[in-house]
Design a protein around this ligand. Structure first.
Ligand code: ARG
Length: 474
């Protein structure tokens, strides 16, 4: 049967091809739970405020609860049902179940405040799910950093060897990115946590409703202050897509490093067999398809962000059907993000780091050149001159196929009398690491402190965002 919500004003039937074109049911049916919960709160409020009798409200609530249970239990046969959207579908199911009184549900409500409500409820749940995954990822990073406290590798700029760093320091850089992401999701949650219900079509409703009651029952922190904004606003969805785009950017950069690091030329990591793939023709291959695919999916999420921004651009107040285009962008972003995190976490947790290969790589690339320039600068040579002198030294080493560690004191002193016995120590890898002894630096003691602080900061963030982490503390 058809569940058209309007018709009185129309003399002719809608063109049959229109239903398939404008129906959102194929994708908004996943909002069934939010839609029904919102309707239950609305019906209870109508009863409480005397807009419907207590008995009418009770029958509506009862019918809606049954529909929700049957839907969740897979007992509803929805095949062949035509409806414009999830809202009209639920209303028609209700009328079939409870009779005429079902037609009273939509008193003092519009699909415009209803759909905004459903989306906000949906997003709040999705945010909590994603936050849980990000927290798990953070814990894996902390564990790996802890377990690889001694491992050293080259740090790069322009993908050229630059200065030595601890692997733990490198991993904690990702910890920082994902901690900001978590924080952003928390901000996004706060702005999604506002109830639009009661805005009606756009201007408010003519019944004495209680907006606070529905907001409270549905777990919202506040009620939208302006009815016109309440039905037009999709900022919360854009903010989420932007936060999701950044999470994908961070995952993608990490994945890019895993692709590089697992290449034979680096050999810094090896993917567990369970998270790697082979070639149909080259028997020897072990390919990083999974990190590549995550890297690729970042593009898809960026696309959704751009799509929604473009949909919103230039829309006059208030509701316009263009807004229906928000859903697929939102849903696919949630699915993509959850899917990527769900695979990336175990991939990372099972990764094997090759400490020897990383260490060997630090012997190439003159990672200690800055330290030699710093050495001269500490002894009074202007840094710019020191830089030029060390540049010449590096060039002559390159020509002779030697490293700075190979030079004898006499050779050093031929370049500058400022060099003394201790230069032979100063160019050693461990000394170069330990010398970066500033807050946020890679000196082992600083990294140990950063690791302890990272644990604390994660726990604080979890405690400060009860919406994202409903179960509370760790
Ligand atoms: N399916 C619509 C959407 O997703 C629901 C709201 C429809 N409202 C309207 N006035 N046509 O936006």
């Amino acid at each position: 049967m058809s569940a058209k919500l309007w018709g009185g004003r129309f003399a002719r039937e809608m063109a049959p091809e229109l239903l398939g074109f404008h129906s959102s049911l194929p994708f908004d049916r996943r909002l069934y739970r939010e839609d029904i919960e919102g309707s239950i709160a609305h019906a209870r409020m109508l009863g409480r405020c005397g807009i419907l009798t207590a008995e009418e409200a009770r029958r509506l609530e009862e019918g809606l609860r049954q529909i929700l249970e049957d839907w969740e239990g897979g007992r509803l046969d929805l095949a062949g049902r035509e409806a414009e959207d999830i809202h009209s579908l639920v209303e028609s199911l209700l009328v079939e179940r409870v009779g005429e009184v079902g037609k009273k549900l939509h008193t003092a409500r519009s699909r415009n405040d209803q759909v905004a409500l459903d989306l906000r409820l949906y997003l709040k749940r999705a945010l909590a799910g994603i936050a849980g995954q990000l927290r798990e990822l953070e814990e894996v990073l902390l564990r790996l950093a802890e377990e690889h406290r001694e491992v050293v590798l080259p740090g790069y700029t322009h993908l050229q060897p630059a200065q030595p760093v601890l692997l733990a320091h490198h991993l904690l850089a990702y910890f920082e990115m994902f901690l900001r992401d978590l924080d952003r999701l928390g901000d996004c949650y706060r702005r999604a946590d506002v109830s639009p219900l009661g805005a009606g079509a756009l201007a408010g409703v003519t019944f004495p409703i209680d907006r606070e009651m529905t907001a409270r029952e549905l777990g919202f922190a506040a009620v939208a202050a302006n009815s016109m904004d309440a039905v037009s606003d999709r900022d919360f969805a854009v903010e989420f897509l932007a936060a999701a785009a950044l999470i994908m950017a961070h995952l993608s950069r990490f994945c890019e490093e895993l692709v590089l690091w697992s290449a034979a030329e680096f050999g810094f990591v090896e993917l567990d067999d369970a998270y790697a793939t082979g070639s149909s023709i080259m028997p020897q291959k072990k390919n990083p398809d999974v990190p590549e695919l995550i890297r690729g999916k970042a593009g898809r999420v960026y696309g959704h962000l751009m799509a929604l921004l473009t949909v919103l651009k230039g829309l006059p107040l208030t509701y316009n059907k263009d807004l229906q285009e928000d859903k697929e962008a939102l849903f696919d972003t949630v699915d993509t993000l959850r899917g990527c995190l769900g695979i990336f976490i175990p991939l990372l947790a099972t990764l094997r780091f090759n400490a020897a290969a990383m260490r060997a790589a630090t012997a190439r690339g003159f990672l200690n050149a800055t330290d030699v320039a710093d050495y001269l600068a500490r002894r009074g040579m202007p840094f710019r001159e020191a830089h030029a002198l060390v540049g010449r030294l590096v060039r002559s080493c390159l020509e002779a196929g030697r490293t700075l560690e190979d030079l004898t004191l006499e050779e050093w002193r031929a370049y500058s009398p400022l060099f003394a016995e201790d230069i032979l120590e100063a160019v050693k890898l461990e000394r170069c690491l330990a010398a970066r002894d500033v807050p946020g630096g890679t000196a082992p003691q600083r990294v140990a402190e950063a690791l302890a602080q990272a644990r604390r900061r994660l726990a604080e963030l979890v405690a400060a965002r009860p919406g994202l982490f409903p179960a509370g503390k760790s």
